[in-house]
Design a protein around this ligand. Sequence first.
Ligand SMILES: *Cc1c(COP(=O)(O)O)cnc(C)c1O
Length: 435
Amino acid sequence: MIYRSTKGTAPEVSLEEAVVKGLAPDRGLYMPERIPTLPKEFFDRLPKMSLPEMASEIAAALFGEDVEPDKLKALTEDAMNFPIPLVKVSDNILSLELFHGPTLAFKDVGARFMARLLGYFNRDNKDRMVNVLVATSGDTGSAVANGFLGVDGVRVFVLYPKGKVSPIQEAQFTTLGRNIEALEIDGTFDDCQSLVKQAFLDKELNDAMMLTSANSINVARFLPQMFYYFYAWAQLAATGADMDKVVVCVPSGNFGNITAGLIAKRMGLPIKRFIAANNANDIFYQYLKTGKYSPRPSVQTIANAMDVGDPSNFARVLDLYGHDHAAITNEISGCTYTDEEIGDTVCDTLEQTGYQLDPHGAVAYRALKEYLKPGETGIFLETAHPAKFKATVEEITGKEVAIPERLAAFMRGEKKSVELPADFAAFKSHLLKMV
Ligand SMILES: *Cc1c(COP(=O)(O)O)cnc(C)c1O
């Protein structure tokens, strides 16, 4: 498969090059040149398949030309080796719990797949050192750091905004050591993301070391996120629900997760429509309403993994729909909620249904409550375990959230980080010291 840039002015590349480069040299995002459709026979079998089985068939359709079949199957099954249950919350709304992986957030899926794929591409390049740069508002850093921990030939730099991630999130990428370095940036998430973007465009840096991204910019992180849309659909189909009226709602920040779902739909998955749920950072919501895309600095909210002022995968959404605003609004609607509304939703849902939402899932659950039409069934992606936002959730509900042992173990580790200003020159000279 060939990958092309959304800007269309960079050369087309192979999967390996797209993964190793991350961002295209013209600052566009790589997209597969064509989106394969899966046969009806595949969808007939889907309700009886396990997650690793269906993931490896979907992976074969996307990456089969670029990775040896048995290796692709093994690495996909290994990456997807944890449960993703679909849990009924209220009458016509179900939660796809994406938080049963190693760091208890959905980003484990993409990060684990990408780490294994990069490991595969590195097998013939024993001397190659790939430096992964990842900007995080909390969850990406932990998923990527844990996904790549101990992978040969890969070094990971996690950039995170000082004082703006929860202690549990911070512990998950600052206590690992080995090939993982945490960079504590005196600035916002957008500053971190901007430093990473500048690094990819800096000629001197790129000549000195091989750099790639593990944000959802990277196709190897972003595309595998489609696997669980198929799995959600399959689990629902197995219950005998009306499968013509399935609505999927995704709590969105950089829009990698929902874009993977949009591509799943292109591959033939019959999802009726999508809702992109925003917190107060409602840039996409405003785009849907006005047709104008106006990025602006992010504001801090209690769903902080969605505090994004210029969603990087917006370029992919535009690309998928040929920049046609009407086509986009036909398949995707939006919503935006304040912290107060998010908090009320966490509280009310716990009281009325017994289901403990995290603040991100709450944004999406509320959207389904408000916007599902009669006869539709809603699935929302519950992107993180509520314990990852323990302090916030407890303050809202007044009830204790138990910390799973996997998270508690991170908290016992020793924090190690390098403090840097939000300044590209300082960041660059730090990286160059590693060569
Ligand atoms: C990253 C993240 C999101 C947003 O996902 P995008 O792919 O960036 O839209 C939502 N919820 C949680 C918990 C996250 O970590």
